[in-house]
Write a protein that binds this ligand. Structure first.
Ligand SMILES: [Cu+2]
Length: 148
């Protein structure tokens, strides 16, 4: 009986050790067609430590299984970016995107923060709340006057 429990315990430990560090993550990757699918999957599988990669062109979700001791999700993002595809975490270089075949040119998400400077109502209210600084900042020039 005692022998059996020792055997069982060591078996458990062996199982835990062999699975340590291997994890599966889901990541949104922007792309369009079947060509994108094979491009993305090939790039991700080429990353050392990645065992499986599966991208769905309808849901845009990439499911990737990798060994955490060999690679991380950051490196996987970079591999995807290198072949021209944006992810929810990182944006591909424009040059890499431009190199994609026409059919693969997916709609890119707008860059974050681009619209901020044009939000008049927001700029106006923040200027008003500061009162004394009104008109001294470039965001206030003309805009508050035009409204009244
Ligand atoms: Cu494509």
């Amino acid at each position: 009986m005692k022998k059996l429990s020792v055997l069982f315990a060591s078996l458990m430990m062996l199982t835990i050790t062999s699975f340590a560090g291997v994890k599966t993550e889901k990541l949104k990757v922007y792309g369009k067609c079947g060509m994108c699918e094979s491009r993305i999957e090939t790039a991700v599988k080429a990353v050392d430590g990645v065992s499986t990669a599966d991208w769905d062109k309808d849901t845009k979700m990439l499911e990737v299984t990798f060994d955490e001791s060999k690679t991380d999700i950051h490196k996987i993002n970079k591999a995807v970016n290198a072949v021209g595809h944006d992810t929810e975490m990182m944006r591909a270089e424009d040059k890499a995107y431009e190199n994609l075949p026409g059919c693969c040119k997916y709609d890119r998400a707008p860059m974050k923060g681009m619209k901020m400077n044009h939000d008049q109502s927001d700029a106006g209210s923040s200027c008003k709340s500061k009162g004394m600084e009104m008109g001294t900042k470039s965001c206030c020039n003309g805009k508050t006057d035009a409204k009244h």
